[in-house]
Design a protein around this ligand. Structure first.
Ligand code: B1M
Length: 221
């Protein structure tokens, strides 16, 4: 199999949620010298996008989405140490979670991996994280940034609920708030009063670094 064939088969096997084969192909691709980013961005992520498109058209249902998601998560575990390889000193602490009512975590996990790769210390609170749990984690870990992920239009309003909870706890000014997730836009982030938004994992790293640099520059001035 050459590079293009492998990426195509990996795409197809992720689409049908063949987890053991996805693991084999991910390892095979790495063995052939493909980079973890190539496997992710040229095969695994486009395949999940197709899963979503088929779900929207009514060709796929929740079980198909679930097994494709599981297959992707398995591959991500293999790629995690490769994407997160870093000797860098911690550039900041990031508390991250998927908001209450939402169980999607692949996108969040990918952002975490890229943040770790860029030298962030990441505390992942998992999925279905309530405002109270975010508040408790911020009090405990004193992070530079808290990140809220939402993947459903119906759970996006939790951003505002979380920000309200931070305000009530007197924490809002102490922590930078970043938001993201498939349906989120810059306009929505601005409307709920977040400090930053990013459309994907690499943009999230760049935005997080930028927000920390600005905050540190402002506190020195
Ligand atoms: Co669901 N699901 N799902 N799903 N699912 C979506 C999100 C959907 C878009 C599919 C579709 O209709 N096209 C749709 C949401 C529509 C909407 O509201 N606009 C949807 C739906 C409707 C649902 C259910 C309601 C279905 C049902 O039950 N009827 C249900 C909801 C359950 C719940 O949460 N309460 C549901 C369930 C599931 C599964 C459990 C089966 C499974 C999740 C598995 C898992 O995550 N462990 C699943 C899956 C797999 C998907 C799709 C197919 C793939 C999601 C994914 O992993 N994408 C998805 C369709 C799609 O996205 N195309 C879909 C790949 C990932 C790398 O991208 O998640 O966008 P993404 O993450 C990106 C960015 O968003 C960004 O960076 C990430 C990496 O580049 N980002 C941030 C993320 N967080 C960030 C935070 C930041 C910054 C950037 O700062 C803090």
């Amino acid at each position: 199999m050459n590079r293009d064939e492998l990426l195509k088969v990996l795409y197809d096997e992720t689409l049908v949620g063949n987890a053991p084969r996805v693991l084999e192909l991910t390892n095979e691709g790495l063995g052939m010298g493909l980079g973890p980013e190539e496997l992710l961005f040229d095969s695994l992520i486009p395949s999940l996008e197709e899963v979503g498109a088929r779900f929207e058209r009514g060709d796929f249902f929740v079980p198909e989405m679930l097994i494709a998601g599981k297959a992707m998560s398995g591959a991500l575990e293999i790629l995690r140490p490769l994407l997160a390889e870093t000797g860098a000193e911690s550039v900041g602490t990031f508390v991250m979670g998927t908001v209450k009512g939402d169980v999607h975590d692949i996108g969040k996990n990918l952002v975490n991996i890229m943040l770790e790769g860029a030298g962030f210390h990441v505390i992942d609170l998992g999925v279905q994280v309530s405002p109270e749990k975010f508040v408790a984690a911020i009090e405990e870990h004193q992070p530079d940034i808290v990140g809220f992920s939402a993947f459903l239009t119906t759970t996006m309003p939790m951003f505002k609920a979380n920000i309200n909870a931070l305000e009530k706890a007197g924490l809002r000014k102490k922590v930078i708030v970043m938001v993201g997730g498939a349906p989120v836009t810059q306009e929505y982030a601005d409307a709920v009063g977040a400090d930053g938004y990013a459309a994907d994992a690499s943009a999230a790293v760049a935005r997080a670094k930028d927000l920390i640099a600005r905050r540190r520059a402002a506190s020195v001035a």
